[in-house]
Design a protein. Structure first.
Ligand SMILES: Cc1cc2nc3c(=O)[nH]c(=O)nc-3n(C[C@H](O)[C@H](O)[C@H](O)COP(=O)(O)OP(=O)(O)OC[C@H]3O[C@@H](n4cnc5c(N)ncnc54)[C@H](O)[C@@H]3O)c2cc1C
Length: 282
C-alpha cells in the first residue's frame, strides 16, 4: 500500500531529477504511473515526477533514432516516418499494440524499460533492434549501455534515470512483431520481434528475439543460424520454427507443453510474414 504522506517533486531538468532520487532514500521516479499504481510499494517515500524534464519526443539524425524516455506509447507508435527505418517501425508496431488506448497515453518508454514486467511489449523489440539505453548513473554521469545489459543489471541501476534510447537507423529492410494474448486486453503470453535483411528470395540476416519463456527470453539462436543465407521457401520456414528449445513452464491456464506448441505456431506465422509469404503461396 502506498504511504499517505508521500512527498512529490517536479524538477525542471533530468540532472535535478536524478540528484533528487540519489539524495533521498526511498524516492522513486514517476513517469506514466501505471507500474507504480500496480505495485503500490510501501517502500516509496516520495516521487520525483518527470513530466517537466523535457524528455519527450522522437528525433531522427543521420545514423540514429532517439526516443526520449518520457515519450508515451501513443507517441512512440506514431513516431515520425517509421517506414524509413525498420527499427523504428518495429518499435512503433509494438508500442501501438500494447495494452489499451488510455494506457498507451500514460505508459512511457523509460517507465516500461525500468519496470520491464514479463508482459512488456518493448523487451523483445529493443533486443532485436539493438537499442541502447542512456542513463544518468549513480555518479551523476551519463552512460550508454545496450538494452540487454540494462535489462540484466536493472536491479543495481534502480537509482539511475533513463533519459533516452537510441536505435540504429539503418538496420534491416524487413521486420515483424507478433504477440499472443487470449483476449486483446490481456497481458501478452509471448512476444516475438524479427528484423533483418531480405534480398530477392534470400534471407541475408535476421535478428530474432522473443519473450514468454522460463527465463523471460526464449533462445532463438538456432532459428537465426538456420535461416541466415537461405533461400526462402515455406518448408524451410516451417523447419526453422521447430528449432525452438523446450524452455517453458506451466502458468495459469497453460501447460508448458501447450505453450511450446503455441509459441512454435506464433513463430511460424511470424517467419511467414517476415518472408512475405501469404496463405495463397503455400
Ligand atoms: C492494466 C495494464 C495493462 C498493461 N498492459 C501492458 C501491455 O500489454 N504491454 C506493455 O508493454 N505494458 C503494459 N502495461 C504497462 C506496464 O505493466 C507498466 O505499468 C509500465 O511499463 C510502466 O510504465 P510507466 O511509464 O507507467 O512507469 P511508472 O509506473 O511511472 O514507473 C514504473 C517504474 O519505473 C521507474 N521509472 C519510470 N521512469 C523512469 C525513468 N525514466 N528512468 C528510471 N526509472 C524510471 C519508476 O520509478 C518505477 O519504479 C500495462 C499496465 C496496466 C496497468
Amino acid at each position: 500500500m502506498l504511504k499517505k504522506d508521500l512527498s512529490w517533486h517536479f524538477p525542471g531538468s533530468p540532472e535535478e531529477a536524478a540528484a533528487l532520487v540519489r539524495g533521498n532514500k526511498g524516492y522513486q521516479y514517476h513517469a506514466g504511473g501505471t507500474g507504480i499504481l500496480r505495485n503500490k510499494s510501501s517502500a516509496a517515500a516520495g516521487f520525483v515526477d518527470l513530466s517537466q524534464t523535457c524528455l519527450e519526443g522522437v528525433h531522427f539524425s543521420q545514423e540514429k533514432i532517439e526516443i526520449g524516455s518520457m515519450t508515451n506509447f501513443t507517441d512512440t507508435a506514431g513516431g515520425e516516418s517509421p517506414s524509413s527505418s525498420c527499427p523504428m517501425a518495429l518499435i512503433s508496431r509494438a508500442a501501438g499494440t500494447a495494452a489499451s488506448t488510455p494506457l498507451r497515453h500514460r505508459i512511457t518508454v523509460g517507465g516500461s524499460i525500468a519496470d520491464s514486467p514479463p508482459w512488456s511489449d518493448l523487451t523483445a523489440v529493443l533486443t532485436a533492434a539493438e537499442a541502447e539505453v542512456f542513463i544518468i548513473s549513480r555518479d551523476g554521469k551519463e552512460q550508454a549501455l545496450p538494452f540487454i545489459d540494462y535489462y540484466h543489471q536493472k536491479k543495481d541501476l534502480r537509482e539511475s534515470l533513463i533519459t533516452k534510447i537510441t536505435l540504429p537507423k539503418e538496420k534491416g529492410n524487413v521486420y515483424c512483431y507478433k504477440r499472443f494474448t487470449r483476449v486483446v486486453m490481456d497481458y501478452q503470453l509471448f512476444s516475438l520481434a524479427l528484423i533483418g535483411t531480405k534480398k530477392q528470395n534470400k534471407i541475408n540476416d535476421i535478428s530474432c528475439s522473443a519473450t514468454g519463456g522460463k527465463k523471460v527470453f526464449i533462445s532463438l539462436d538456432e532459428v537465426r543460424d538456420f535461416l541466415t543465407g537461405k533461400d526462402i521457401d515455406p518448408d524451410m520456414l516451417k523447419t526453422a520454427a521447430e528449432k525452438v528449445p523446450f524452455d517453458f513452464s506451466d502458468s495459469p491456464g497453460f501447460s508448458a507443453e501447450y505453450k511450446f506448441h503455441l509459441f512454435k505456431t506464433l513463430l511460424k506465422d511470424g517467419l511467414f510474414e517476415f518472408a512475405g509469404i501469404g496463405e495463397e503461396d503455400i
